[in-house]
Design a binder for this molecule. Structure first.
Ligand SMILES: O=C(O)C(=O)CO
Length: 353
């Protein structure tokens, strides 16, 4: 089956019969948000008689609320927050929110969806390689300081001390050893022979053995790492997980790579550690909102040591296509009256009216 190569055996979970979906809702509009969406991959929904609504890719909460009116399923591929208020406004028709990716907590109020009997799904594994590769790319760029070398000029290093080091002598600490964290660890161990250690709520003994890496408590990991990589979900338990206690232990010159959600790193603690040059470079994919004063100051005062991309790690053609196919299957599945294995909230099927 194409586009599902990183997902193990999903075939048994889906009713793939080519039959019209028995939608319980009378409404037939599906809202699709986000950029890089291959319209062809939405054809399956259109072929089943659904209208696909694709508004401009960046939506305010007010615009989202407007766009959600009369919608039965919402394929969330953008940066908007599906808040309680927005979901509430659409509760008369909305049955499914299919999130494109795994970090749904930041973008969908799942507790509200549960209360409103809206099923939320995600796309585990589909962007694993893209996000891991992007993260390793950022590690390589920061570690070799490639960003300083653009411009076709011979470097003006004055001593050997200034030269960057190979990854094979660097300690890379990974915070979070889930599907993506473990892929990053594998790439770093197998391709670069880096020293890798990790922190995870649940130690992963089998990976310690197969990848020859060790578990450390978080502050110890910060102290050990030359490069500290954050790859945990963004939720209530991980907010500001990388705080003063952790960054206070970071060794001078640390490279911090956060390709998870910005909320996992406390911006005030990061500011203090960048000021003290314990964190020398900070890499983020997606950044704090403009209302975060500490975040504004980070960019103002340490702009040349901050590398921020706009939440693009999963944006390869292949990952986007896999995520889309998976989300479309979840929508078909749920609107067809079936349970969906990728449901993340309280219910895995649309409740009976
Ligand atoms: O899968 C997700 O949630 C992502 O944010 C990928 O970048």
């Amino acid at each position: 089956m194409p586009h599902t190569d990183v997902i193990t055996d999903i075939s048994g979970h889906f009713d793939m019969a080519d039959r019209p979906i028995q939608a319980r809702a009378v409404n037939r509009t599906i809202l699709v948000t986000g950029t890089g969406i291959d319209a062809g991959r939405l054809e399956a929904l259109k072929a089943r008689g659904y209208d696909v609504r694709q508004p401009s890719p960046v939506l305010t909460e007010e615009q989202l609320t407007h766009e959600l009116q009369g919608v039965v399923a919402y394929l969330h591929g953008g940066e908007e927050r599906a808040s309680r208020a927005a979901l509430e406004s659409a509760k008369a028709t909305l049955k499914v929110v299919a999130f494109l990716g795994v970090g749904y907590e930041t973008f969908v109020d799942v507790a509200a969806a549960d209360d409103l009997k809206i099923v939320v799904t995600s796309t585990p594994g589909a962007a694993r390689d893209s996000v891991a590769t992007f993260t390793v790319g950022q590690i390589i760029n920061a570690n070799l300081r490639i960003f300083q070398q653009y411009g076709n000029r011979y470097p003006d290093w004055t001593s050997a001390e200034e030269l960057p080091s190979e990854l094979s002598v660097r300690n890379v600490g990974i915070v979070g050893m889930g599907v993506i964290g473990s892929r990053i660890a594998e790439m770093l161990r197998v391709a670069f022979d880096a020293n890798v250690a990790y922190y995870s709520r649940t130690p992963k003994r089998h990976l310690e053995r197969s990848l020859d890496m060790k578990f450390m408590e978080l502050p110890d990991l910060a102290e050990w790492s030359d490069i500290l990589v954050v790859m945990v979900p963004g939720n209530d338990t991980t907010t500001s997980m990388i705080d003063d206690e952790v960054l206070g232990r970071a060794r001078p010159g640390t490279i911090l790579i956060n390709t998870a959600r910005p909320s996992v790193v406390d911006p005030v603690a990061l500011y203090a550690s960048m000021k003290a040059d314990r964190v020398h470079l900070a890499v983020f994919d997606g950044f704090y909102g403009k209302d975060s004063e500490a975040a504004v100051r980070l960019l103002q005062d340490f702009g040349s040591r901050m590398f921020v991309t706009g939440h693009v790690a999963s944006h390869t053609r292949q990952a986007m296509d896999r995520m889309l196919d998976q989300a479309v299957m979840s929508i078909e599945n749920l609107l067809g009256g079936n349970a969906d294995p990728y449901a993340v909230g309280a219910a895995d099927r649309i409740p009976e009216p």
